[in-house]
Design a binder for this molecule. Sequence first.
Ligand code: ADP
Ligand code: MG
Length: 341
Amino acid sequence: MKAPRFHTIARGMLCLVMTVMAGCVKIQPTSPPVISKRIQMHMGTLVTVTAVASDKNVSDRAIQAAFDEVKRLEQLLSTWRSDSELSLVNAEAGRRPVQVSRETLQLVIRSLEIAELTHGGFNIALGPAVEAWSVTERQHIPEKEELRRLKPLVDWKSIQVDSERRTIYLPHKGMRIDVGGIGKGYAADRAVEKMKQAGAMGGVVALSGDIKTFGVVPERRGFPVGIRHPRQEGALIAMIDLTDEAISTAGDYERFFERDGVRYHHILDPQTLQPARACQSVTVIAKEGMVADGLDTGIFVLGPEGGMALVERLPEVEAIIIDGEGKMIVSSGLRDRLRTP
Ligand code: ADP
Ligand code: MG
């Protein structure tokens, strides 16, 4: 399978309302901050980088640094390039442990932590089942027997990580790791760090719906972000101002096909290997993009009750869940922060 999760087309599930921002740049006598924005295609999706800086040189440099970092991570983490570290780990499944960089090791460890938190709702070993469904390409409804045979291959608990030796071992041939489910959030985190190093005083990195914000926004409290209505194309259910926070949405409307009136979408319940049914969309706000990106998928699988209970337990994590019937549930820390669109 090529580019399982990175090859998606941006659907703007979170609409970054940065066009509004353009109107914020006012010519003032005392050198006002400059806001620049650029869009490129990476990780199979539209990447929008916005920088606030003291002058145009700095904002341009910060934006370039962000794109360079996203490109670097695309190479490091992709499993559709046969020479990436994770591709090697996958190729040696059932044979031997493979040594990886600290960064890859850390990302896998963090992914497994999110798997633990969500009781396996988020699962980086799910690739074989994702491929069996192939929601964006073949649109195949697999037989129960086919899915049953895949079960041992998607067992994330069997992934062996040796932190001392820096190795990862997949004990069954046919297993594979794919960090695409948190890769975009992670890339947003790293790109923001590069923008800060380049001297930006604020900004946004948005990989489709995985968005990370930081620093100051001239004349506003935060960067305005819209949260999409899961059933009304183009409509928003809420707006929120963010800064120094990340936001990510998992929705059953992003990639799906319909057969005999049933919607088959791309987020699978690792227990049943069927599309998860308890939610229409889950939006998570967290300090780190990686956490928001991993948790949204995991909570989507857990469902509104278990998912919201987890969110309320975790510090600095908030969520907006649209349940299977379309009802909106908002975590306690967000109730005063949402605006009507
Ligand atoms: P994207 O931002 O590309 O839509 P997400 O972060 O929403 O990616 O993750 C969804 C993708 O992760 C799916 O397209 C699929 O490849 C994979 N996936 C599906 N179900 C799960 C799951 N339960 N845990 C982890 N990854 C999953
Ligand atoms: Mg996700």
